[in-house]
Write a protein that binds this ligand. Structure first.
Ligand code: GLN
Length: 246
């Protein structure tokens, strides 16, 4: 089996170690004997919607988002086609915002999104930052998804469903307890960290979805997740009483 990953804008959408998510996906697949191909695409590159099983975009500050937003105008239709075909996609924070309808920055500039997700984002005054834990229904009740968030943007969902519900932290907008978004096999989230190193259940969920589209039902060989789950448990517990804040 082969897992073909596309890493978009790796050189400037890479806040708080977002690139680590690629390493986690790669290793967890390779440990199971799955061949991994990673393609990095950036400004001006063509994106073949049929060439990848999993597409990843990290987060970035407003200025970098502006550059990506211009380029996404060209890549948007290809990305949308891939998502409609059921390709798995994960976008973090700044990347997530650009896959919605638009992101209005603090300076009042509106960066158009490509509308993969029915969501829009507008900058607020205070940054929403701290540790965050969410419950993702598809992953069961036992282990939350944990991470770190730091965003000025508040995201509001239209018809789209959230990725999860906030246990503590701010999530999409600090008000409605929603976090992230999902549409088909595409997911957006505010969780940095890198997200997948502390959430092996989510990493495997994404690998499974990506492979299933091509190979049908696949059963991923279990791995020893004891260290990762210990980190997840201890970080979750540490910030439970402070609701994510220091
Ligand atoms: N610039 C965006 C915001 O502050 C995204 C930041 C990020 O990716 N962490 O909302």
């Amino acid at each position: 089996m082969k897992l073909r990953i596309c890493h978009l804008y790796p050189e400037f959408l890479n806040l708080y170690g977002d690139r680590g998510n690629i390493l986690v996906l790669k290793r967890r697949a390779q440990w199971r004997g799955i061949e991994v191909h990673i393609t990095q695409l950036s400004l001006g590159d063509k994106l073949d919607p049929k060439a990848y099983d999993l597409i990843f975009l990290g987060g970035g500050p407003d200025q970098e988002q502006g550059v990506a937003s211009d380029d996404l105008r060209a890549k948007g239709p290809w990305l949308k086609e891939a998502v409609e075909e059921g390709v798995t996609l994960l976008a973090i924070c700044g990347g997530y915002q650009l896959l919605g309808q638009y992101y209005r920055t603090n300076s009042g500039e509106t960066l158009p999104g490509i509308g993969v997700f029915d969501a829009y984002t507008e900058a607020g005054n205070e940054r929403l930052k701290g540790n965050i834990a969410i419950r993702v229904e598809e992953l069961g009740d036992e282990t939350p998804v944990i991470g770190f968030e730091n965003h000025g943007g508040r995201t509001f969902l239209g018809n789209a469903s959230p990725l999860g519900s906030v246990i503590y932290g701010d999530g999409n907008n600090g008000h409605d307890q929603t976090e992230g978004v999902k549409y088909k096999n595409a997911f957006g989230t505010y969780l940095h960290g890198p997200l997948l190193s502390k959430n092996p259940h989510l990493a495997d969920y994404l690998i499974g979805l990506a492979l299933q589209r091509v190979y049908g039902e696949v059963e991923l060989q279990p791995l020893d997740n004891s260290l990762e789950l210990e980190v997840n448990r201890s970080v979750y517990q540490r910030f439970l009483s402070t609701k994510g804040k220091w």
